[in-house]
Design a protein around this ligand. Sequence first.
Ligand SMILES: *Cc1c(COP(=O)(O)O)cnc(C)c1O
Length: 370
Amino acid sequence: MNFIDLKKQYQRIKNDIDNSVFEVLDNANFIQGDQVKKLEKKLSEYTGNNCVTCANGTDALYVALRSLDIKEGDDVIVPSFTWVSTAEVVKLVNANPVFADIEENSFNVSVKSIEQVYTPNTKAIIPVSMFGKACNLEEINKYAKAKNVTLIEDAAQSFGAKSNGSLSCSVADISTTSFFPAKPLGCYGDGGAIFVRNEELFEKISAITKHGQKGRYNYVDIGVNSRLDTIQAAILLEKIKVYEDEIIKRNIVADKYNELLSSTSYLNIPESTDPNNRSVWAQYTLKLSKEIAPFREQIMGQLKRLNIPTALYYPAPIHQQKPYLSNAYLPNTESISQRVLSLPMHPYLSVQEIEEISEKLLSVCETFIS
Ligand SMILES: *Cc1c(COP(=O)(O)O)cnc(C)c1O
C-alpha cells in the first residue's frame, strides 16, 4: 500500500498527459511557453486573482515577502506547526518570525492566537491552511486590515479548499501555493504559484520572479530566477481537469475514515467539513489520545509490519529547531506535535483499503490501552 499513490492518478490520465508533454518536446518552448500563460490564466480565473507561476512553493512565499520590502527589524507572524518554508522565508529576508499557536481542532492559527503575539513591528501575517483545510480567511483578513498589515495565505496544501464559501487563494492580499508532486494539486517536479489582487504588486511580483526584469534588459528590481517549466505547466493543465473530481474523492475518503474511526476514546478524528468549508485533504491527520501518544513510534512500526504506511506531519515544531529557537509559549503546538498521526490519503484509495487501514489501526492501538 502507498501513503500517496501518484501512479494511479497518472494511469487515469496517461494519454492526455503524455500528449501534452510530447507537444512541449515537439515545440521545444521549455521556458515560459504558451502552456505557462494558459495555466496562469486558468488559475487566475479560478481564484479571481492575478496569478504568477514560479519554481516552487517556497520561492512563492519568498518572492511575496520581497515584493513587500519586508526586511530586518520587521516581524512576520507564522505558525510553528508547519512545513519549515513558512518560517524559513522570513529568515531569508532577515526579518523575525513570530510564532503563533494553532487551534486544537483545525490545526490552523486563529485571530485569537495571532492577537496574542502581535507586535507594533508586525508587517505581515502568514497563516497556513494546514492539511488542506483553509484557515478562517475572512476573520484573519479583517484583523489584518484593522492592523494595516499584509495577509499572505500559505496555501501550499489547500488549493481548492473553501472557508466560509471563499476559495483558498482568493481572500488574502497575497496567497501562495505549491505544485510539489505530493500536494493535492501537484506536478511532476517542483512548481508553485503566487496569487495577488493589487495590480501594481502583481507587476512587481511577476518581475521579481524573472530577475527583476520588466522588458528585456530593463531591471526594475533585484529579482530571482524562479519560473515554472513549460513541461510542468502542460502537466498541470491536464491534472487540473480532474482536480474537482479528485477533491470530491478525497472528501469521500475522509468521510469514510471519520465514520470508521469515530467511536473510540483514544483517537481524535479530524473535523469533518461542509461544502462551504471544504477541505482538499492534503493529509488525513488524527490525534492520538494522551494515553497512547507515548507509543506513537511503536504504533507506526507495528502498522508498517502490517503493510500500512503512516507519516508524521509535523513531529517537531519549528520554534524548537536550532535556526529558529524561540521562547514562544505554544501549548497546543507542543502537545499536538506529539500526538499527530497521518494515514494514507489520496483520491484513489478504495473503500476496502480504508477499511483495512482503519481495522488494523484500531487493533494496534488497542494493544496499548491499559
Ligand atoms: C510544501 C509546503 C511549502 C513549500 O512548497 P515547495 O514547493 O516544496 O517549496 C510551503 N508551505 C507549506 C505549508 C507546505 O506544505
